[in-house]
Design a protein around this ligand. Structure first.
Ligand code: ADP
Length: 547
């Protein structure tokens, strides 16, 4: 027997309609690329998104066509989110920080028909335009006054594109499984692969972002997403905020401590979200200028592990609760958040910090488990670590155009590529990327655990651990240390410091000292580059084993 409940499709357009109807006067504030602060309301955003939708239809854009954006967080980009997906076309948010060849590859792979761009990226696109085979035109997200002279073919000024339209239209009633947006993962190996979100998965993910145990978005919030809109839909905030009528503050291009701080202060921001690197810049700026965050209530940190010291600084010095979150592009992106449980509220801060530094608990809608190499589930005891597998309402079932082939196992689980523990409280902790784990004699050694311990030594600024070939054990750990300025610790001192803190067989076979360690744009250690650098390294223990 089926229930007797209306079968209304879960559509992205309904989020903006709700905000415009019930929170029509709530503001969206943007630091514009042209310079000044721009402010308008959800009601304005809805009208202009509809104008854009009408203009796209006038250009001949059909359901399923891919429309790309190369843009920072701002109101016109927000309108693309709704105007494009609202008519059943697919919004392809391109990460402008990728290499030019990667951008060309993904725009061609996605077959983007129109490319919307901020002024910032016009020179970049001019270089690539001859290779962008499917592009019918380039829409510059600005007004006539700021239109640049450009060699781009078929250039359209955004304000002129939407101006003739009335904004009076009803969004089409699409199938809720219709594709809504497309986001490519940077892919450390092979070509980037496209994750194709749907209206249904996006709306369900938005409900989750509003849950108290997740990001807790509400109509009382003013949210500044520092996380870019080209990075997994700004972690879902561009959809979650209208679902509640939360005020939005878009930071534009400058994500330095000063710009972020000024917006937080002037707009009375209550919640923010971004990667650790961004927070490091903000914390340094505030320390230098002796500033406080009187309005901020919480901040979301994800993308890479939030260091315990950063969590403690936010919470103890600034009174800002940290929500440590983990997810990935393939997961829309939220998987876990580290909001404390009731019984943890009374724990001493040091004990809470142990849990806050983990990546958090599963969000309803996402199932987690860890398995060994043979696919057997491992215990949730906080000690065993294995491949982190996920399934759920907003997790990819495959990549765009079938790239990468079958990605789910028979149980419908997706392998995240992360290695993690799950503890009895349900908290997950990443111990490694699967490809970075050191496989010694069939057992696994966590490079992250060793790194975290090594940076505790007073002379160590940064540490990285990689597996190096070993004739007997297959791989053994090599510890690479960047000493603090003016310090020169010895190998014996470092290993002596680790002694007693780890199992004997985890002890690195050698320590090398370096001036620096390579990093990615988001501050993750580039293990691939490091492994390449040390690919011919002969461990002292390898020599003796070979003799
Ligand atoms: P990219 O490779 O472009 O950064 P994603 O944003 O999808 O792509 O990256 C997802 C990966 O980032 C996760 O699989 C995980 O390894 C890492 N990650 C995300 N959040 C955290 C976190 N809180 N702690 C540690 N690692 C994280």
């Amino acid at each position: 027997m089926l229930g007797l409940i209306q079968d209304r499709p879960l559509l992205i357009s309904s989020l903006l309609d709700f905000a415009a109807t019930y929170h029509g006067e709530v503001e969206i504030v943007s630091r514009s690329i042209e310079g000044p602060i721009h402010r308008y309301t959800y009601r304005d955003a809805q009208r202009r998104s509809k104008q854009l939708a009408q203009a796209l239809q006038r250009l001949g854009v059909k359901p399923g066509d891919r429309i790309a954006t190369l843009a920072w967080n701002g109101y016109r980009h927000f309108e693309c989110y709704y105007g494009v997906s609202g008519i059943g076309a697919v919004l392809h948010t391109i990460n402008p920080r990728l290499f030019a060849e990667q951008i060309v590859y993904i725009a061609n792979h996605a077959e983007d028909s129109y490319i919307f761009t901020d002024l910032t990226f016009v020179p970049l696109l001019e270089q690539m335009a001859p290779e962008l085979k499917s592009a019918k035109g380039y829409v510059i997200l600005t007004d006539r006054k700021h239109m640049p002279g450009t060699s781009l073919p078929n250039v359209i000024c955004y304000e002129e594109l939407i101006a003739p339209e009335s904004g009076e239209m009803e969004w089409p009633r699409l199938d809720e499984r219709t594709a809504s947006s497309l986001c490519y993962t940077s892919g450390t190996t092979g070509n980037p692969k496209g994750v194709l979100y749907a209206h249904r998965s996006t709306v369900l993910h938005s409900f989750a972002t509003c849950m108290q145990d997740v990001l807790g978005i509400s109509s009382r919030d003013t949210i500044l997403p520092v996380v870019p809109m080209f990075h997994a839909n700004a972690w879902g905030i561009v959809y979650g905020a209208p679902m509640c009528g939360a005020k939005l503050v878009f930071p534009g291009r400058e994500l330095d401590g000063q710009n972020v701080y000024e917006l937080m202060d002037q707009e009375k921001v209550t919640m923010s979200a971004g990667v650790p690197t961004v927070w490091l810049m903000l914390l340094n700026y505030m320390k230098e200028h002796d500033l406080k965050l009187p309005y901020m209530n919480r901040t979301v940190i994800g993308g890479s592990a939030a260091p315990a010291s950063m969590i403690a600084t936010f919470e103890k010095q600034y009174g800002v609760t940290v929500i440590h979150a983990w997810g990935m592009t393939e997961m829309s992106p939220l998987g876990t958040t580290g909001v404390m449980k009731a019984k943890m509220a009374d724990w001493p801060f040091e004990k809470q910090l142990e849990y806050k530094a983990k990546q958090g608990r599963a969000v309803f809608g996402v199932d987690l488990k860890i398995s060994d190499d043979g696919g057997n589930e491992l215990p949730r005891d906080g000690k065993a670590f294995g491949h982190l597998m996920v399934r759920g309402f907003w997790i990819a079932s495959g990549y765009f155009k079938g790239e990468g082939g079958q990605v789910l196992d028979e149980g419908g689980w997706f392998d995240t590529g992360d290695v993690a523990t799950l503890d009895p409280e349900g908290f997950m902790q990443i111990t490694d990327r699967a490809k970075d784990v050191i496989k010694s004699g069939g057992e696994w050694i966590s490079s992250i655990d060793l790194e975290n311990l090594a940076v505790g030594h007073p002379d160590v600024a940064e540490a990285a651990v990689i597996g190096v070939a070993h004739p007997k054990w297959d791989e053994r750990p090599l510890l690479v240390i960047v000493p603090k300025q003016g310090r020169s610790p010895t190998k014996e001192e470092i290993l002596g410091y680790l002694d007693g803190k780890i199992a004997k067989w985890w002890m690195p076979d050698d320590v090398v000292f370096a001036k620096e360690i390579p990093h990615t744009a988001t501050g993750k250690i580039q293990k691939v580059a490091l492994r390449q650098q040390f690919k011919d390294y002969v461990l002292p223990t390898a020599q003796s084993a070979a003799e």
